[in-house]
Design a binder for this molecule. Structure first.
Ligand SMILES: [Zn+2]
Length: 374
């Protein structure tokens, strides 16, 4: 089961509801990453208490270890992760191109060496669908070719053409499997507006349940990303969800939502949490900084998360300095709760028709001109 409806708009931004077999998701939504089938450092109960609605797992990592069949034998991803809510799996395409060595790409698919044990793995669009069917997520992604950030226009055009062909093959395999999962196509095209337009046109012809913007957040920078996303609302169908892959810096989230994006994912809240960095409405806090040694305030005065209700900055800093593993868990809980609160405020602002003015205020607080992170 999969449905999407837009519930309110404010400029290009919109709120909506995704209905899946594992519950509803209010959009715009941020999806934390459970890369290997676990969101690092937190239990599923803690994850739910942060307001997280949907999580992402990586097909590439799970396919290599423990293997899609092993996950199926564990009862599928929802059972394995003890997470009853919606799950999205990426196709593995991005990781094949960023993590593995000795890739050989052809129209048939991509052959690569596992970064874990060096095994040769053959990933085709059909295999990619088979893996994601076995994993059993609610939303699955097509196999796409992700050209490097410095690729020239000809290379990017080739990737657009190949990704479109692979989308067609993924759709055929997905229809044969008929497992009730929602398949999303992935737009490529780098920083070239005409290639982006060509890419989404060929995907829309396939009439898929949703569409993603791929190949951004690869080092092109905030302004270039915004310039590309400006065209998204005009290029993508209004009635389908739009997912911007790999984006999680609050400034990028706010800009993407203003361009009509509904879903995003990133490792930022969890990875930074483990590295003693907390997100707040007044910018990032680096807890290793000695300035926090005597700071009895919570990470964020407005935050109502478990960590902010019970621990001061001074205590959290001490835990990091002492190497206590609880430190990583507590700041991860806060960061995930902060991202949930940010998305909730964004949804409220869209409903109120106030996204632009409130975004300006949030940006001034989080990224003061001439200011530096503490
Ligand atoms: Zn908090």
């Amino acid at each position: 089961m999969f449905e999407f409806s837009v519930t309110a708009t404010d400029g290009k931004a919109r709120t909506g509801v995704l209905r899946t077999g594992h519950g509803e998701v209010a959009t715009p939504v941020f999806m934390p990453c459970g890369t290997c089938g676990a969101v690092k450092g937190v239990t599923p109960d803690q994850l739910r208490d942060t307001g997280t609605q949907i999580v992402l797992a990586n097909a590439y990592h799970l396919m290599l270890r423990p293997g899609a069949d092993a996950v199926a034998e564990m009862g599928g991803l929802h059972k394995m992760m003890a997470w009853g809510g919606p799950i999205l799996t990426d196709s593995g395409g991005y990781q094949v191109f960023s993590l593995s060595s000795l890739r050989k790409i052809s129209d048939a698919g991509v052959v690569f060496q596992s970064h874990i044990n060096g095994d040769t793995v053959n990933l085709t669009p059909e295999k990619c669908m088979d893996v994601q069917t076995r994993l059993g997520a609610d939303i699955i992604m097509q196999l796409d070719e992700c050209p490097p950030a410095d690729a020239d226009k000809e290379q990017v055009a080739q990737a657009v053409k190949r990704s479109a062909e692979w989308a067609g093959r993924c759709k055929a395999a997905w229809e044969r499997a008929d497992e009730g999962q929602a398949l999303f196509g992935i737009q490529q095209g780098g920083i070239f507006t005409d290639l982006r337009a060509r890419s989404i046109e060929s995907l829309v012809e396939l009439d898929l349940p949703g569409y993603a913007v791929g190949g951004l957040s690869v080092g092109e920078g905030h302004e270039k990303m915004k310039a590309i996303l400006e065209h998204t609302d005009g290029q993508f169908p209004r009635g389908k969800p739009r997912y911007l892959m790999g984006v999680g810096e609050p400034r990028d989230i706010i800009a993407a939502v203003a361009c009509g994006i509904d879903m995003m994912d990133c490792v930022i809240p969890t990875r930074n949490g483990r590295n003693a960095q907390a997100f707040t409405w007044n910018g990032r806090i680096k807890l290793r900084n000695a300035a926090f040694a005597g700071d009895t305030k919570p990470l964020d005065e407005k935050c109502t998360c478990y960590t902010c209700r019970n621990f001061s900055r001074a205590v959290l800093r001490h835990y990091f300095q002492a190497g206590e593993m609880l430190a990583a868990t507590l700041v991860t809980i806060h960061n995930l709760a902060f991202f949930s609160q940010l998305m909730s405020e964004i949804r409220q602002a869209i409903s109120d028709g106030q996204l632009q003015s409130r975004s300006r205020k949030w940006m001034e607080q989080m990224y003061p001109v001439g200011g530096t992170d503490l």
